[in-house]
Design a protein around this ligand. Structure first.
Ligand code: AMP
Ligand code: ZN
Length: 463
């Protein structure tokens, strides 16, 4: 089955075909670095990471750009309230974001452009929009995009601006679908902006939020690229405005596939800074969550459905990832690391179909678990498995873990010297050399690993 992705622009699942064979250009709206990112933000980032991991698995060469919003209404307000320079705030929270993303095992983007590094490109786009009648200046030095000048305005978010007699102007970066008005490309300097200011052909000022992503995406990926992602709250106004600015500037189509992830909820409400109902990675660490357990909770729901995060579900997600961990040890104990095989079990193909069907993670994970249960049962019942079967099982597990990263890598790397001793001990046991087997057990213990002798053979775990 070919990969199909749900394109918000058309509201249908479409077969994914990249612009350039085997290469994928992908832009994801990154964090606004005025505070710690919460795990609602991370639901979106983990979904984008999953998409990227699946594309990599399918053999695509992915170029992933994630921007850092380091100048906007929120970052400026925070710096002003704390009476510090803007970059004191943004540098700090950018660093925290990278740390949290690493903890959550999100693969790093190829580049994290910061908005303040692309001001020249923003000015170039705005000037061109002015020259071609898509934008107009205001006496306070601001420049606004005229939404009525772009006939496709509203196509992404399915709003109709033609009903509006006259469009007003919206100065703030964020607003609702009910107020689709001309939006600020450039904001003339105000006292509240303090020293956050750049020179432009229209006087001193700073960019609006939306132009930032048009500039950073086009600068890094070209004027027309494959995939653009964000959370559903980015559909309007942010992505709608990005399309308008970019298409009117380049005269080309901007993005082929728009993908949006639904909200992470807490007690039936969207997790957000304004509702004060949010949890950060730091909060989760305090509650003893492992990264794998959080990833399990975030990925076990489909990205296009709302998902409730709950610390009450911790036991369940801990158990699920532990079962995979145990299974991986079981296969190691069966000699999986020594088998060279390029086979895969049938279950992998069902799993891959689920993933190709718009990343249906709940179905894909369920398929993997059903198969894992069956394999575990076979191993526990000492059913003879061929080395091809074990090799195929291991290959599947490795792929599954490359996509979901549910296995704690710190726990699972059994050093080669320990593996060697385990093998020696296996031989000793088969020859009934119990004294020698005990000696080896002590050597393994000294290296920080414990051996359990079970009817299925030796089981290893960290001491
Ligand atoms: P921000 O830092 O506010 O620019 O948001 C970064 C990303 O997180 C954006 O793509 C948002 O759409 C997304 N986001 C914000 N809140 C949530 C939530 N509760 N669930 C899922 N994604 C969210
Ligand atoms: Zn953006």
């Amino acid at each position: 089955m070919e990969l199909k992705l749900y394109n918000t622009y058309k509201r249908v699942k479409e077969v994914f075909t990249p612009l350039v064979n085997s290469k994928v250009s992908m832009y994801t709206c990154g964090p606004t670095v005025y505070d710690f990112a919460h795990i609602g933000n991370f639901r979106t980032f983990v979904f984008e990471d999953l998409l990227k991991r699946w594309l990599l698995h399918l053999g695509y060469d992915v170029v992933h750009i994630m921007n850092i919003t380091d100048v906007d209404d929120k970052t400026i307000a925070k710096a002003r309230n704390l009476e510090v320079a803007l970059n004191t705030i943004t540098d700090y929270y950018y660093k925290c974001f990278l740390q949290d993303a690493r903890w959550l095992k999100i693969l790093p983007a190829n580049k994290y452009p910061r908005a303040t590094g692309s001001i020249d490109k923003m000015i170039e786009i705005i000037q061109s929009l002015l020259n071609n009648g898509f934008a107009y200046r205001e006496p306070d030095g601001s420049v606004y995009f005229r939404i009525k000048s772009f006939s496709d305005y509203g196509k992404l978010s399915k709003i109709n601006v033609l009903n509006q007699k006259k469009t007003k102007r919206i100065e703030t970066d964020e607003y609702d679908k009910d107020t689709p008005n001309d939006f600020a490309l450039w904001k003339g300097w105000k006292e509240d902006d303090g020293d956050v200011v750049w020179n432009s052909p229209w006087g001193k000022g700073r960019p609006g939020w939306h132009i930032e992503c048009s500039a950073m995406s086009m600068e890094n990926l070209g004027e027309h690229f494959d995939i653009h992602c964000g959370g559903v709250d980015n559909i309007f106004p942010h992505h709608e405005n990005e399309i308008a600015q970019s298409v009117c500037f380049s005269g080309e189509k901007f993005v082929n596939y728009w993908l949006h992830s639904e909200f992470l909820m807490i007690d039936d409400e969207k997790m957000s800074k304004t509702s004060l109902n949010y949890l950060t990675v730091k909060d989760l660490k305090k509650k003893n969550f492992s990264a794998e357990s959080v990833r399990y909770q975030l990925l076990s729901g489909h990205y296009r459905t709302k998902l409730s995060f709950s610390t009450k579900k911790k036991q369940q997600s801990d158990k699920a990832v532990h079962r995979i961990y145990e299974f991986h040890l079981m296969l190691i104990n069966k000699g999986a690391l020594d088998i060279k095989s390029d086979k895969l079990p049938n279950s992998y193909y069902i799993f891959a179909d689920c993933m190709n069907d718009d990343l249906n993670t709940p179905k894909a994970i369920a398929e993997f678990f059903t198969w894992m249960k069956l394999m575990t049962k076979k191993i526990n019942q000492n059913k003879s498995l061929t080395s091809d079967e074990i090799g195929a099982a291991w290959n599947y597990l490795v792929i599954f873990n490359d996509i979901f990263s549910f296995i704690n890598q710190n726990k699972n790397i059994i050093p080669a010297n320990v593996m060697d001793l385990i093998r020696k001990r296996d031989i000793a046991r088969s020859k009934r050399e119990w004294g020698y087997a005990d000696e080896i057990r002590s050597q393994i213990k000294e290296l920080g690993w414990l051996i359990d002798d079970t009817p299925d053979g030796q089981k290893v775990k960290k001491a």
